[in-house]
Design a protein around this ligand. Structure first.
Ligand code: ADP
Ligand code: MG
Length: 339
């Protein structure tokens, strides 16, 4: 996988508490502070938004780390539920801050795994480790090539600002839900396909491998072709050919739409209109069934692409999309304010 970080995120301010409780508050949830004794943390307690933060405490504790009572204050300028990984940003901010507070000395990869456990086993969303490893390993001006098996990572230059390019992000306004529904179903299909082929993960399937089940075979084809596109993209970026990755982004969207079947009508429309208006490439991001689309655009063409997508949404009777413009930014980092 080849993620990068966006220049927005979740901030976690942490302070130890002598009373053995976890207290979570969020500027995005005013007046809804949640307090739970450490001893009572278990999946479901607390539930909802606070579970993403409390789950990190729980995962650290379960891994045998010496954790104590703590106040966690969250604030964010990252849209929630928009496929931009606010859940992972939140978990990783909390994990990095607690690592710092208690001098746990965990590596970035270990922190990503703790954050994933919080999301999977505590918050109950069966997601992979893409979002958390991106948040922990990304660097400004780079994408990061990550091997899902061991989270070994290599930075790949992806300096859009220097190239006069931007990623235009269109939040389609369609909400997704990873704990249920299509996301979970895709995961189960991939596991079924891997079992049928006798491989641990689909990425290990030999070329041309088939199960005979047309649906599973489409899922396999998506994984195989997506891995090939990642390799091709890395080669182009390493060679300084940023603009040339556009068609690969678009091919990725087509594969997500037709073979993996996780795209949604508003995403297809945004991709199609962005390309027609001059984007170099465009695709959905996130786990599918809602969230955002990214389009690689010349800085100068950004407004045209945006206006065109906006007009198409209006014409089709969809709610107005929300736009953001990004270049690859640093992952989780410490803010020294207040010290
Ligand atoms: P995504 O990761 O694409 O943004 P998710 O559904 O995985 O979408 O995560 C969104 C959830 O994360 C929100 O519904 C909320 O529970 C939690 N969350 C994210 N940011 C915040 C925040 N600033 N304050 C409180 N909860 C948050
Ligand atoms: Mg998420």
């Amino acid at each position: 996988m080849l993620p990068f970080a966006v220049p927005w995120g979740v901030t976690a301010r942490v302070a130890g508490r002598p009373d053995g409780t976890v207290r979570v508050s969020s500027a995005q949830r005013p007046g809804r502070e949640v307090t739970v004794p450490l001893e009572e943390l278990r999946p479901g307690t607390p539930d909802g938004w606070a579970s993403y933060a409390a789950g990190v405490l729980w995962a650290l504790r379960r891994a045998g780390h010496p954790v104590g009572g703590v106040s966690i204050r969250l604030d964010s300028d990252l849209p929630e539920g928009a496929g931009l990984s606010s859940s992972a940003a939140l978990e990783c901010a909390v994990a990095a801050a607690l690592d710092d507070l208690w001098a746990l000395g965990l590596t970035r990869v270990e922190l990503a795994r703790v954050a994933q456990r919080a999301e999977n086993d505590f918050a109950g969303a069966p997601t992979g480790i893409l979002d958390q490893s991106a948040a922990m390993l990304a660097r400004a001006g780079h994408a990061v090539l990550i091997d899902t098996r061991d989270l070994a990572s290599t930075l790949v230059p992806f300096d859009l600002a220097a190239a006069g390019l931007r990623l235009l992000i269109a939040d389609t306004g369609v909400a997704h839900e990873h704990r249920t529904g299509g996301y979970r179903a895709r995961r189960e299909e991939c596991e079924r396909a891997a079992r049928a082929l006798g491989v641990p993960v689909l990425g290990d399937a030999p070329p041309g491998a088939r199960t005979g089940d047309p649906v599973l075979d489409r899922r396999i084809r998506h994984v195989r072709t997506e891995n090939a596109r990642v390799r091709e993209t890395v080669d182009l970026l390493a060679g300084g050919r940023v603009r040339a990755i556009g068609p690969l982004l678009t091919a990725s969207h087509a594969s997500l739409r037709d073979d993996y079947e996780v795209s949604w009508p508003e995403a297809d429309l945004a991709v199609e209109r962005a390309l027609a208006a001059g984007a170099l490439g465009a695709r959905m991001v996130g786990g599918g069934f809602g969230g955002s689309v990214i389009a690689l655009v010349e800085e100068a063409a950004s407004t045209t692409v945006r206006t065109s997508v906006e007009a198409a949404f209006k014409a089709e009777g969809h709610g107005a999309p929300r736009f953001l413009s990004a270049t690859p930014a640093p992952g989780a980092h410490r803010l020294n304010e207040g010290r």
